[in-house]
Design a protein around this ligand. Structure first.
Ligand code: NAD
Length: 434
């Protein structure tokens, strides 16, 4: 199959290289010339474990190429995936579909022969219908089938997720497109990954329903954690106690500073907006959004109360800035609101993140970005762990204590055992622990 990916970000690049690895011929396209220039030199524009190696192998085999030229890249393609961003629209929170529509128009103007246009970007229900309309308007003679194929990979484990998905959801109503999509995913299908064919609108909604549910699950355990603190219970034991129930499942039951990242915040918002527009409001999702929004600043206040209510003139060491480990993605990271709250309280902040510092610098000003965890900890009044990178799981606590003004550890990810930390003379503050 000749596959073209429009958009070579976290999703487009990972999907593109994995398709090439399956044996397809793939062109990854992006409008951002600096990304394509970097890729052509073997430099990854994002941090994702294992990505550089698999890209290098597939470039070498000749199955993977890069381009900024949409017209030339789509003209011979059997399948064109749209994997451009769908951020929240400023002002109203709806998904901004302008990049999707622009890509659809350009594809229609330049494709030839039967072409399957697949929306991999996360798009609200009905977007496929609009893409179909745009395509017909742009090129009435084009032989195009519009398909929905949402992506469920997680940053930080993206290649593994793409190659071993729980399911592949494909929304369409065209038999020829069904044959093509089966061929595209044949290597996974042979490995028993279920292909779930649905109507296009259903497929679009599955993606939002999945993310909405997961965001709700995280938010649920976060509220249980708050209650644990009030009533003298332990949220980790509660998580284990409910997660062992097969109907509930153990995943996404880790209490923390609130969900962030490039998907959950914008997708929950877009789902709530879609539901309101269709006069079928989703109160659970609306409430989840509002609880999670409040939680991020509440985590900043938690740090302030660990310092007896006053951080003015104090130095806080923030470890971890990205919304989760093993990514450089800073979009909607809880670290942004936590640090803002500390700054508002008059604290100075020294921060370290293994991969996210360059992206963080574009979003968080007025803090010291330092070269390692102990540079942040030196002379600090407290340590705050915001992201559970492995290298923060085994800090040398005696060394840290010796460098600090006061030994306080606020662990927003519960990666330490309270008793162990206390043994080293630290005041320890986790989430929902007793
Ligand atoms: P991203 O911002 O990393 O990448 C999008 C890329 O598209 C950018 O490099 C941009 O330059 C490029 N682009 C925009 N318009 C273009 C055009 N007309 N032609 C060529 N290139 C164009 O975004 P992402 O994180 O990869 O997300 C893409 C979509 O996938 C979103 O809808 C997102 O919700 C969804 N998604 C993301 C994840 C994730 O973990 N990041 C997971 C599942 C689904």
């Amino acid at each position: 199959m000749r596959i073209t990916m429009i958009g070579s970000g976290y999703v487009g690049l990972v999907s593109g290289v994995c398709f090439a690895d399956f044996g397809h011929d793939v062109i990854c396209v992006d409008k951002d010339k600096s990304k394509i220039d970097a890729l052509e030199k073997g430099i990854m524009p994002i941090y994702e474990p294992g990505l550089d190696q698999i890209v290098a192998e597939n470039v070498k085999s000749g199955r993977l190429t890069f381009s900024t030229d949409v017209p030339n890249s789509v003209k011979d393609a059997d399948v064109v995936f749209i994997a451009v961003g769908t951020p929240s629209r400023r002002g109203d929170g709806h998904a901004d579909l302008s990049y999707v529509y622009a890509a659809a128009k350009e594809i229609a103007e330049h494709c030839s022969g039967f072409t399957v246009v697949v929306t991999k970007s996360t798009v609200p229900v009905g977007t496929g219908d609009e893409v179909e309309r745009i395509v017909k308007e742009a090129n009435p003679n084009a032989d195009i089938a519009v398909v929905s194929n949402p992506e469920f990979l997680r940053e930080g484990a993206a290649i593994e997720d793409f190659k071993r998905p729980d399911r592949i959801v494909i929304g369409l109503d065209d038999d020829r497109a069904r044959g093509v999509m089966t061929e595209v995913y044949r290597p996974l299908y042979l490995n028993q990954a279920p292909l779930l064919f649905t109507a296009r609108r259903t497929s679009e909604l599955i993606k939002y329903a999945a993310n909405g549910f997961l965001a709700m699950k995280i938010t649920f355990i976060n509220e249980i954690a708050d209650l644990c603190e009030k009533v003298g219970a332990n949220v980790q034991d509660v998580s284990r106690g409910i997660g062992l129930d097969g109907r509930i499942g153990a995943k996404f039951l880790h209490a923390g500073p609130g969900y962030g990242g490039s998907c959950f915040p914008k997708d929950t918002l877009a789902l709530a907006k879609t539901a309101q527009d269709h006069e079928s409001p989703m109160r659970l999702i609306e409430t989840t959004i509002s609880i999670n929004d409040n939680r991020k600043r509440a985590m900043g206040r938690k740090v302030i109360s660990a310092l007896e209510g006053d951080v003015r003139g104090k130095k806080i060491a923030v470890l971890g800035l990205t919304f989760k480990p093993n990514t450089d993605d800073m979009r909607d990271s809880p670290a942004i609101a936590v640090i803002q709250t500390l700054q508002d309280g008059g604290a100075t902040v020294a921060a370290y993140d293994p991969e996210g510092m360059e992206n963080a610098k574009k979003l968080i000003a007025g803090i010291d970005y330092v070269a390692g965890p102990y540079d942040a900890i030196a002379d600090a009044d407290a340590i705050v762990i915001v992201t559970e990178w492995n290298q923060f799981r085994a800090l040398d606590l005696p060394r840290a204590k010796g460098m600090m003004k006061s030994p306080i550890l606020v662990d927003l990810r519960n990666i330490y055992r309270p008793a162990e930390v206390a043994k080293h003379g630290f005041a320890y503050h986790g989430i929902g622990l007793n």
